[in-house]
Design a binder for this molecule. Structure first.
Ligand code: TMP
Length: 396
């Protein structure tokens, strides 16, 4: 049974940046109610009423996975690791974005699936790319008369697909006998520990735990045999999944992580009720900090036009009154306006100038990379603000 535990209010699509802030354009903006639920049978945590994916993954999809050095390095590292551990002949990626993972492989090995046409266009010249949503019929089309995949990789994508049963059935159909599905998604354990409620937004239909994943894949005759904690996206998990009859044994690391999740009571509803209370308190603490700074007439901007900051700004009602503009390195976000709160987005080359006193870390998951890059800002007394794991001004 699904039980709601968190209400993040009226939210826009977090990756739908507005090209103009005219009244006419704003009146067409799509909003939905973001409520988060816990399933007392499978222990899955999900958005209570997911948005139709056709509204989200369009030919205007803005997110480019290769925008950050951290992500480029992480994908190159995992590509090498999978090559060494499994020696795959055929590698498929579901949600290949701008090709940041597949570019580490020989093109003959690769099949890419990417429903956003603008992104599929970026990889189709070099790699076999299907500009489609991942479904049973696509799996049949790709694999009915050709060799099955030895590795199916999918980072930050499976958690975006509402129909998990079809997704995993289609994966079972596409894997070779000892093929391995490797998925990476934000970790529920990290979300609960870091109070990072901004991991919930329209595209994160699910925030997985190892406990929930191992339950859900069973329905498609698959099993979870290994898990790794990874740093990306503010604390993620990598899951290794195979067919029931494949040769892999359950690893010690998987047992350890499941025990850790049980110790944190991720399989109990009361954990989420407490989490929800902490989220409300985080909202008021962050607003208090911003109000105090504004009273002193200081300039606050936001760093990184992220999906996370979209959830935070819309939930906490933080708009232009507090945040003058947002900086982002992604060219096609620049010149646009943030979803819901319509804060202008500009290039950091222009925006990170000497007039900025405070920068809210919208991209807090890249804190290390950003603090390294912004030494000059910090040296001249500029300060970052974060809400993770609790709202505060970062003093160094
Ligand atoms: P993500 O958290 O959704 O992956 O998006 C990160 C966003 O932050 C992306 O639009 C790029 C932007 N960004 C910057 O503007 N500057 C930076 O230094 C980093 C690391 C990211």
């Amino acid at each position: 049974m699904k039980k709601n535990f968190l209400n993040l209010g009226k939210q826009p699509l977090a990756n739908s940046f507005l090209s103009s802030n005219t009244k006419k354009n704003l009146s067409k903006e799509f909003f939905y109610n973001l409520r988060v639920a816990f399933d007392t049978d499978s222990y899955l945590v999900s958005v209570a009423k997911p948005v139709n994916p056709k509204l989200q993954y369009t030919d205007k999809y803005a997110h480019r996975a290769s925008e950050s050095i951290t992500m480029r390095n992480a994908f190159s590292k995992i590509a090498k690791k999978l090559d060494n551990r499994f020696d795959p002949k055929i590698v498929m990626e579901i949600g290949s974005n701008d090709g940041v993972f597949i570019r580490n492989f020989n093109k003959r090995k690769i099949i890419a699936v990417e429903p956003c046409k603008n992104l599929a266009d970026l990889t189709k010249q070099k790699y076999k790319t299907y500009p489609n949503f991942w479904t049973i019929s696509l799996a049949k089309k790709i694999f009915l008369n050709s060799k099955k995949a030895d590795i199916i990789f999918s980072a930050n994508t499976i958690s975006h697909i509402p129909d998990l049963a079809q997704t995993f059935d289609a994966i079972n159909l596409s894997l070779s006998a000892n093929g391995v599905l490797v998925i990476e998604d934000p970790s529920l354990l990290s979300v609960v520990k870091n109070n990072s409620y901004d991991q919930f937004y329209d595209e994160h239909v699910y925030v997985f735990s190892a406990i929930a994943i191992s339950n859900v894949v069973k329905n498609s005759n698959l099993r979870l045999f290994d898990t790794e904690k990874i740093d990306t996206h503010g604390g993620s998990m990598r899951y290794y999944i195979c067919k029931n009859n494949a040769k892999y044994k359950k690893t010690k690391n998987l047992i350890k992580i499941i025990n850790e999740e049980k110790k944190a009571n991720l399989n109990k509803f009361k954990t989420y009720e407490k989490f929800s209370k902490r989220v409300i308190s985080s909202k008021y603490k962050l607003l208090k900090i911003l109000k105090k700074i504004k009273k002193k007439n200081k300039k606050i901007i936001s760093y990184g036009a992220t999906y996370k900051s979209s959830t935070v700004f819309n939930y906490c009602n933080i708009g232009k009154k507090y945040i003058q503009y947002v900086t982002d390195t992604t060219i096609n976000k620049q010149g646009k306006f943030t979803p819901g709160k319509h804060i202008p987005i500009i290039s950091p080359d222009v925006g990170m100038n000497d007039t900025v006193d405070y920068a809210f870390l919208g991209a807090w998951n890249f804190k290390k990379e950003i603090l390294k890059k912004e030494k000059k800002f910090i040296k001249r007394g500029g300060k970052f603000i974060t809400h993770v794991p609790y709202p505060r001004i970062i003093s160094k």
